[in-house]
Design a protein around this ligand. Structure first.
Ligand code: F6P
Length: 359
């Protein structure tokens, strides 16, 4: 008898269900007896014992279904050691529920914060496999996370739609793409959508350079400009401040504007008196069904996780390195972020064809 637990934690994304389906089908087809326990609403389900035994039927027909059949929640890593509801010791409770169900392995699907807690549970002696989910593609140790390309497709569609109306009205448009800390979704959807200016958290912008790029286009007769700006785009004068001052300056922007894109819009309008509009696709980027790439990726990652479980190899994230599935020790990667290198090929190539990064 093989007993596994499954949980999805953190912000959701497309292909979480497809990944769980891959794990369960990979095991069900190869072991005689399998019990699968699904914990509801992320780590909360494991802490407070909210779970259900799942059957093959639960995993049928979910390859294309967005969201997560288990539900999810954000349970910050830094609060894992502090008491939960009614003073419970969260780590002890998670361990007790794992042992009570006599699990052979717990498969945890989530992003960076989730991965840190997964590693903590590994250090506490549980058998853990982590699958890298996030539209942000910022998990260190894997070239790709699932959800990323599905979100890029949606963000690209948004930019495409804005393109036509921007051109008709000869306006400047800012499309704000998800990503507070990293700019992968903005970089990829910006390039795919033919944005003229791309603003990333990793490349602080100079508003005069942004305005210069708009004016250059206007002089050429282009008439309109599309800016793809990450949620975490940051002006260079704020980026160079110390941590405390930077936090204060960003909080001030947060008080005055709905988001950074609205500040950029106001700053552009003030300098060149042009009409600037902001579009925020927001959580649509995490919604809907997974794109074919993510369906393939999660089927591969899930199937590979099943193999590791059957071989009793635990304590790994299943990632993609150079196109191949690879088991990556959780202890080597937990707590690290994969950010966009301002000198990476994608940025250099985009700059060569005239895309401005406002730097
Ligand atoms: O999961 C990552 C992410 O999608 C970020 O890109 C985004 O800033 C954030 O989640 C939004 O989170 P929430 O759903 O909690 O508002």
């Amino acid at each position: 008898m093989l007993r596994i637990g499954l949980l999805t934690s953190g912000g959701d994304c497309q292909a979480l269900n497809a990944a769980m389906r891959g794990v369960v089908k990979g095991l069900a087809n190869n072991v005689d007896e399998l019990e699968v326990y699904g914990f509801f609403n992320g780590y909360k389900g494991l802490i407070y014992g909210d779970y259900r035994m799942l059957t093959a039927r639960d995993f049928s027909g979910i390859l294309t279904q967005g969201g997560t059949i288990l539900g999810t929640s954000r349970e910050p890593f830094k609060e894992m050691r502090s008491p939960g509801v009614n003073g419970v010791n969260k780590v002890d409770e998670m361990k007790q529920n794992y042992y009570k169900l006599r699990l052979d392995c717990l498969v945890i699907l989530g992003g960076n914060g989730t991965q840190k807690t997964a590693n903590l549970l590994r250090e506490e002696g549980l058998n853990i496999i982590h699958l890298p989910k996030t539209i942000d593609n910022d998990i260190f140790g894997t070239d790709m996370t699932f959800g990323f390309y599905s979100a890029v497709n949606i963000a690209t569609d948004a930019i495409d739609c804005i393109h036509t109306t921007a051109s008709s009205h000869r306006r400047v448009f800012i499309v704000e793409i998800m990503g507070h800390k990293v700019g992968w979704p903005t970089l990829y959807s910006g390039i795919a959508g033919g944005a003229d200016i791309i603003l990333l958290p990793e490349i602080p912008y100079d508003i005069d350079k942004v305005v210069g790029a708009i004016e250059k286009r206007n002089k050429r007769g282009s008439g309109f400009t599309i800016i793809a700006a990450a949620e975490g785009a940051i002006p260079k004068e704020i980026a160079k401040l110390g941590k405390k001052e930077r936090k204060k300056a960003l909080a001030e922007i947060g008080e005055k504007y709905q988001s950074i894109s609205y500040k950029i819009a106001a700053d552009i309008a003030e300098r060149i008196g042009t009409e600037v509009r902001v579009t925020v696709p927001g959580h649509t980027q995490r919604g809907g069904s997974p794109c074919p790439y993510d369906r393939v990726l999660t089927t591969r990652l899930g199937s590979e996780a099943a193999r590791l479980i059957m071989e009793k190899k635990f304590g790994y994230m299943v990632g993609i390195v150079d196109g191949k599935c690879k088991k990556v020790p959780l202890g080597d990667v937990a707590g690290q972020l994969k950010i966009v290198d301002p000198k990476c090929q994608e940025v250099e190539q985009a700059k060569r064809i005239g895309i401005s990064f406002g730097d």
